[in-house]
Design a binder for this molecule. Structure first.
Ligand code: SF4
Length: 286
């Protein structure tokens, strides 16, 4: 017993300060690929290696449109390796949760040179915006905000709609002493009838479609649905096929999308914050 107490005091507090303080991200972490559209000379090699079709190219006459969908991206880094001009860099960015699926899509139009490479950038459409300062600040007052908004705490029902369980590992980590999500008054519940939010993973297999729909209907309003990971957003590596519906919003309305494969615990927390912010905007008395 003395040994355990001694070890506990020696270890001290391990809980991360995020989101009040900056997240401590390891060097080996692969986050969002950054695309330097202005200096990108040829998108075809990256398109050829992308395993999920997150990068697509449409050529017409002397014009090329390149579309990048972060909702499909699994952050594998293959596009950066296939692009010699360093126009794609893997970053440590993970705070990518958005309310609008379209915000995850970037597109650029180029004029083409005779050899088929991209000559000059004509136009560019922006994708995900950086987290609003208000959302970042929300971490400090999260517990207070949740009590005000929901009268007690935020109850989350996790729904695995056919995932590989990578996202579940990160979600489980939210309850460990490092991320300790309960310190914010957020806890996971066993029944959707007690839940304020559904945290849904997986591409939604056809076998899970009815279960997801029933879970959604059993959740009292106002309810939030958060689609987790590339699979939850778009079907990810599985896509849409005979066994998979291609994302949570194919079955139920989604309030917030959290990119990643899988999203790290801080990314999940940021997505939950974005969802709470959305609920606060929707309720006039909040
Ligand atoms: S990092 Fe994303 S965009 Fe790049 S190859 Fe992998 S899945 Fe495709």
């Amino acid at each position: 017993m003395f040994k355990i107490l001694n070890q506990t005091f020696k270890t001290g507090t391990v809980t991360t300060g995020y989101p009040v303080s900056k997240a401590d991200i390891p060097d080996s972490f692969r986050g969002r690929p950054h695309f330097d559209f202005g200096n990108w000379r040829d998108a075809l090699p990256a398109t050829a290696v992308c395993p999920t079709g997150a990068i697509s190219v449409f050529d017409r006459a002397d014009r090329r449109i390149v579309v990048v969908d972060y909702g499909l991206c699994v952050f594998c880094g293959l596009c950066a390796e296939a692009t010699p001009e360093k126009a794609i860099q893997i970053t440590k960015d993970f705070e990518l949760a958005v309310e609008d699926r379209q915000e995850l899509i970037l597109s650029a139009e180029y004029s083409l040179s005779r050899d088929g490479s991209q000559q000059s950038l004509i136009s560019f459409k922006h994708g995900p915006r950086p987290a609003e300062p208000a959302v970042e600040r929300a971490g400090r007052k999260l517990k207070e905000g949740i009590s005000k908004l929901l009268g007690r705490s935020l109850a989350i029902r996790e729904v695995d709609a056919g995932s590989c369980n990578g996202c579940e590992l990160e979600i489980v980590a939210l309850n460990n002493p490092i991320y300790d999500i309960e310190r914010f008054g957020i806890h996971f519940v066993a029944s959707p009838r007690h839940a304020d939010m559904l945290l849904v993973t997986g591409p939604v297999t056809r076998n899970m479609e009815l279960a997801l729909l029933k879970t959604y209907r059993a959740t009292p309003e106002p309810r939030l649905v958060v689609a987790v990971g590339a699979c939850g957003i778009s079907g990810g590596i599985f896509g849409k096929n005979y066994a998979s519906l291609g994302g949570v919003d194919q079955v139920v309305p989604v309030d917030v999308y959290i990119p990643g494969c899988p999203p790290r615990p801080q990314a999940l927390l940021q997505g939950i914050l974005v969802a709470i912010g959305k609920m606060a905007k929707a309720l006039p008395f909040a």
